[in-house]
Design a protein around this ligand. Structure first.
Ligand SMILES: NC(=O)c1ccc[n+]([C@@H]2O[C@H](COP(=O)([O-])OP(=O)(O)OC[C@H]3O[C@@H](n4cnc5c(N)ncnc54)[C@H](OP(=O)(O)O)[C@@H]3O)[C@@H](O)[C@H]2O)c1
Length: 342
């Protein structure tokens, strides 16, 4: 009798879970520690998009048994990472710091023409209008392009107005990812305003920039949606080898700024003897080797360039692979040498 009761009970549980779209034994997003489940549900009931988790990629991954929401390992075939927000983001793109006006429009256009689909901008770069113009004029469906912008600390006191300003300047419908550019007074309030804008469908994912372990430990308990991305300085002379695994273990993707060392430092980094030797062994450039090293470490790259040849070169990262020994040789170049103050 007891066995019959147990059988009926387990049948009922399985039927209820199945009706909820969950298999018995499958972990919920919350059990996996991946973000706020309610938010993902909200997104899932929204409009379906080409880079949306409900589409083929996640289903295919789940069939493979190795790629589910929250698995932030890179897919080198699609050249994307599935963020904990449920959206796919390209793993290489173009950074637009110091590119303004026509130079910015032309650089982003050149990147888009070369297959780049990830663009990093910020309020502080004074070029959101130019990025938006290049995206709108590209003829590429909006859903195929991933645009990141950032709120600067001097905007944290009125984040709602700052979000509206970014939406207006970009003029591309919605923002794929909004980051807080730096920690600062009012950062929690600003982050919560971005969470609200996500609920309202104005922004899709949220993240942080220049947040390290200590800052994260203090910040994360105060917010509701786990950041999908953290963008920090990362290059062979400043590798953040403790910080990257810490962030990855939280199910958060990592993106590196100044991948080539940043302006004023690129010549020295690109001329590094070890990098040159590895580049020669693969018939690639120093820049390509450094960008590939980032990708193999699970770091998304957004090199900045206004030179069309460099922009194209920075996309040719998928026809070679660094060996473990080569990775180790580049890892050994770390000098803990920051190239900016933050
Ligand atoms: N969150 C933050 O606080 C923060 C801070 C800094 C930067 N960022 C972001 O990170 C992005 C990348 O940083 P960045 O642009 O300042 O520095 P970077 O990417 O490290 O270096 C850019 C420099 O590298 C040169 N370059 C690019 N590709 C090259 C290639 N293939 N061969 C030789 N030289 C090449 C560029 O010159 P050419 O124009 O001549 O190619 C430019 O002078 C920024 O654009 C921005 O989006 C974020």
């Amino acid at each position: 009798m007891k066995e019959l009761f147990n059988f009926i009970l387990s049948f009922l549980v399985a039927a209820i879970l199945s009706a909820c779209g969950q298999h018995p034994g499958q972990k919920t997003q919350a059990e996996n520690g991946q973000g706020k489940p309610g938010i993902l549900e909200d997104i899932k009931t929204g409009e379906q998009t080409e880079n949306h988790p409900d589409n083929e990629e996640e289903e295919k991954g789940q069939e493979d048994g190795n790629k589910v929401a929250g698995d932030i390992s890179f897919n080198f075939e699609s050249k994307t990472v599935l963020l904990n927000s449920g959206y796919e983001m390209p793993i290489y793109g173009i950074g637009t710091y110091s590119l303004t006006g026509e130079t910015c429009v032309e650089s982003v256009t050149s990147a888009l023409d070369n297959g780049v689909r990830l663009i990093d901008t910020a309020y502080m770069y004074h070029n959101e209008e130019s990025v938006g113009e290049a995206v709108r004029n590209s003829g590429i469906p909006r859903e195929e392009i991933f645009v990141i912008t950032k709120l600067y600390p001097n905007q944290f006191s009125n984040p709602e107005a700052a979000i509206e300003e970014a939406l207006e300047k970009l003029d591309i419908g919605y923002i794929d990812m909004m980051l807080l550019h730096h920690p600062g007074e009012g950062d929690v309030k600003a982050y919560l305003a971005i969470e609200k804008a996500i609920e309202d469908g104005k922004i899709r994912s949220v993240g942080l920039s220049n947040w390290y372990v200590e800052e994260l430990e203090e910040f994360l308990p105060q917010i509701n949606i786990t950041p999908a991305l953290i963008q920090n300085e990362i290059h062979p002379y400043y590798q953040e080898n403790d910080v990257i695994p810490y962030i990855h273990n939280l199910g958060i993707a990592v993106q590196g700024w100044y991948p080539l060392g940043g302006r004023g430092y690129t010549a020295e980094l690109l001329g590094n003897e070890v990098i040159l030797q590895i580049a020669a062994a693969h018939g690639k450039s120093s820049a390509q080797v450094i960008l590939r090293w980032n990708l193999q470490k699970g770091v998304v790259v957004i090199p900045g360039s206004s030179n069309p040849d460099h922009i194209r070169e920075n996309t040719e990262l998928f026809d070679f692979e660094l060996t473990e020994e080569e990775m180790a040789r580049i890892n050994a170049l770390d000098r803990n040498e920051k190239h900016d103050w933050y």
